[in-house]
Design a protein around this ligand. Structure first.
Ligand code: HEM
Length: 273
């Protein structure tokens, strides 16, 4: 079900935004998985760019950017690629290399994470038929369900930072230069912030206070897109199926990349209605 339904939703959305053929979404998603797997083996000092990690992925994006630039500007369609090439910030546009890098990064950052988030929500609903029926009948609950899946399951489990200056946090000294793992998944289950932190609830007044998208100047810019993707995908699912159930009981096998969390696959029984 993951591969048939969810895997390609995020890369299809980005293809559509960029003005590329949605049929390329499957290959693009596979490249982003390859990037994640290879990136997990990088160490400080031997980091490679996305295009170096998976050259075919870099070539694909390069070809589309070059093709657009090679055409007369008057024929450029009004799509995301044209916006990236033409939008001025402080009087300057992005260089073609910066546009290519941003597109690779958007695909890399927005594919596995969003696919995992939707997989985690799908698992939550398939495990609890009453919850599925409730949200199917009242679609206004889908937004809270999405926030709660983000909080409880944290598709991005942690972020990494280098500490710029020594600091003491709750009695623990962190020295300047230390590499610090920020446990987003742990913060999202902080009992001081979340009542019944380990329970999936639709009635949280602080539902959107989770840190699944990070925080601060580098907070995820894809938050609205992923919520739109989830809304579109799950409404389509609710429209078509009266019930979904896990084909095998118990937990799912998680994907192999430790930074991200989501089902590697999710066999389901679907009942039309
Ligand atoms: C459920 C889905 C997603 C999750 C859980 C997620 C999570 C995150 C997190 C935790 C960060 C913060 C990184 C940091 O603080 O350094 C981040 C950054 C980022 N995300 Fe997402 N993301 C999701 C979807 C998306 C989508 C759909 C896109 C774009 C299509 C996207 C693009 C980015 C980019 C470009 C950054 C880097 C921002 C910067 O460094 O300034 N993400 N994301």
């Amino acid at each position: 079900m993951m591969s048939a339904f969810i895997d390609y939703v995020p890369s299809s959305a980005i293809c559509w935004l960029a003005g590329w053929d949605p049929a390329d979404a499957i290959q693009l998603y596979r490249w982003t998985v390859e990037v994640c797997e290879k990136a997990m083996h990088m160490q400080p000092g031997n980091a490679g760019s996305i295009a170096e990690l998976v050259p075919a992925f870099g070539d694909y994006v390069e070809a589309r950017v070059s093709e657009r630039i090679g055409r007369g500007r008057s024929s450029w369609p009004d799509d995301g690629l044209t916006r990236l090439l033409t939008t001025e910030v402080d009087g300057e546009t992005l260089s073609p290399t910066a546009v290519k890098t941003n597109l690779l990064f958007l695909l890399g950052a927005g594919s596995e994470t969003s696919r995992d988030m939707m997989g985690l929500l799908l698992f939550t609903l398939a495990r609890d038929p009453d919850l599925y029926t409730l949200i199917r009948a009242d679609r206004s609950l889908l937004s809270s369900a999405t926030q709660e899946a983000l909080r409880l399951c944290s598709p991005t489990q942690f972020m990494v930072r280098r500490c710029q200056e020594s600091v003491r946090i709750q009695g623990t000294e962190i020295m300047a230069g230390s590499i610090v793992y920020l446990g987003l998944a742990s913060a999202n289950r902080d009992e001081d912030v979340w009542e019944e932190a380990a329970t999936f609830r639709l009635d949280r007044r602080n539902a959107s206070d989770h840190l699944a998208f990070g925080a601060g100047p580098h907070v995820c810019p894809g938050t609205s897109l992923v919520r739109l993707e989830a809304k579109t995908a799950f409404n389509a699912l609710f429209d078509r199926y009266a019930q979904i159930k896990l084909a095998q009981a118990g937990p799912f096998d998680p994907i192999a990349t430790p930074m991200f969390y989501g089902p590697s696959s999710l066999p389901l029984h679907l009942t039309r209605g």
